[in-house]
Ligand binder design. Structure first.
Ligand code: IRO
Length: 325
């Protein structure tokens, strides 16, 4: 295809394509991050969510591949925020998103203060949705607590800050989280984190498949695609237009990337499929997305971003008629 571009942006940050890694995937160690830096089809680097101090994470097994996705109970293993803050302050030839978290609101505030006081000028993302910490509920499911935290954060944090959200399953909750985020100078939302506290059962051994939390863990991959698309779409319909959206969840093909963008995603990140296929996945996704765009005679992502159509009454009845004829 000639004359097409996959050029993307998040606010004022430009990317050569819409492709990011999902935080937590191939982004914990120096070697993994360097692989991301050298992966040409990957437009930006997202770091593993970092805490104040290094963490070993939960016991193994803590990530299991499934036919239709994955389950994980990693438990926030990371090298501590200062490693990642150093890493993103070196030029890697592409934009970075520094993901941070914490076991308490106080810890999150401390890490964000350090970033504010550093020389880092790139994007930061606050993970409000880690599903795998025993005894620690996902903050973004508590709207009042999220509001209190963000109020405190934006008293001092003046750099571009996004938030990583868990999936929501109720139209009222989409409205509540959007109304809340619309009150703050949020740079972007990244939706969705894994679907929390699924349970996979191996009937041969009659056991769960991951060790921590009695086998409960976050679900990702193909099985969460419709949930991810719903969250991208519902938030795009409710958030201020200047809040960008990173669509995450369930991407296996260029068609899935196309669907995320059709729902309103500015960028798209890939998690489980990188675990299954390796970093070569991004070249394949770019080729598949480009082929779909060529077929539809779209030359840029803006030609179809957010343009998802719903079915009118006449379309519904005519398609019923067609299927019956
Ligand atoms: O268990 C993890 O480390 C983990 C995190 I922080 C997250 O945000 N999402 C996820 O599925 N796992």
């Amino acid at each position: 295809m000639t004359n097409h571009t996959l050029q993307s942006s998040l606010g004022h940050y430009s990317f050569t394509s819409p492709f990011l890694n999902a935080s937590g995937i191939h982004c914990q160690t120096q070697a993994e991050l360097d692989d991301l830096a050298h992966c040409q089809a990957l437009a930006g680097i997202v770091t593993k969510s970092a805490t104040l101090s290094p963490r070993a994470g939960n016991e193994q097994p803590r990530y299991v591949d499934l036919a239709n996705g994955s389950i994980n109970a990693m438990g926030l293993p990371n090298l501590g925020y200062s490693f990642y803050l150093d890493y993103v302050q070196t030029d890697h030839g592409k934009p970075t998103i520094l993901s941070v978290s914490g076991l308490s609101q106080a810890e999150m505030l401390t890490v964000l203060r350090e970033i504010q006081h550093s020389g880092y000028q790139g994007l930061t993302e606050l993970n409000l949705s880690c599903p795998n910490l025993a005894g620690h509920p996902q903050l973004a499911y508590d709207f009042a607590a999220s509001k209190t935290l963000l109020t405190e954060v934006f008293r001092f944090f003046k750099k571009p800050l996004g938030v990583k959200l868990p999936p929501y399953f109720d139209l009222n909750h989409f409205g509540q989280i959007a109304n809340l985020l619309n009150c703050f100078p949020i740079h972007h939302v990244n939706t969705i984190n894994s679907v929390g506290n699924g349970l996979v059962v191996d009937i041969d051994t009659e056991t769960v498949v991951t060790k921590a939390k009695g086998g409960f863990g976050g679900l990702g991959g193909a099985m969460v695609l419709p949930t991810a698309l719903a969250n991208v779409r519902a938030l795009r319909q409710r958030l201020r237009p200047d809040i960008a959206i990173i669509g995450t969840g369930g991407v296996r093909s260029g068609a899935d990337v196309f669907a995320h963008i059709l729902c309103g995603a500015d960028m798209v990140s890939v998690g489980t499929q990188v675990m299954k296929e390796g970093l070569g996945v991004y070249d394949r996704l770019a080729a598949e997305l480009t082929a779909i765009m060529a077929d539809k005679q779209y030359t840029q992502l803006a030609d179809f971003r957010g343009q998802l159509k719903t079915l009118s009454a006449s379309q519904r009845s005519s398609s019923r008629w067609t299927s019956q004829s």
